[in-house]
Write a protein that binds this ligand. Structure first.
Ligand SMILES: [Zn+2]
Length: 101
């Protein structure tokens, strides 16, 4: 069920109708994508991580974005993947500059 009403109301709705113990308030794609980079960097409170995990489990769109982001982060985090031959960027740079003209 997707709650499209105002945020404050939807949170109240969840508090009133969802049994408190297992309550995981559903979040939408917009919220997931906004938090996704923090999620990748493990920089989120546990409740929010759980909400995002639940959403990713059932939303192909956000999962695709997440996979793409994770690949980029992995490449950037892996020094070998971005290590360039000596002089490579020095030779490449003028070419990029002239190509941009
Ligand atoms: Zn989504």
């Amino acid at each position: 069920m997707i709650v499209t009403l105002r945020r404050g109301w939807s949170i109240e709705w969840a508090v009133v109708f969802v049994p408190h113990k297992s309550a995981v308030i559903e979040i939408d794609c917009y919220q997931v994508l906004r938090e996704l980079s923090d999620y990748l960097e493990a920089d989120l409170p546990p409740e929010l991580r759980l909400q995002i995990e639940r959403h990713l489990n059932k939303c192909n769109h956000c999962t695709a974005v997440y996979d793409g982001m994770r690949n980029i982060v992995r490449l950037l985090g892996d020094e070998k993947a971005i290590e360039l031959p000596e002089g490579f960027s020095r030779r490449l740079h003028p070419r990029l500059v002239s190509a941009a003209r």
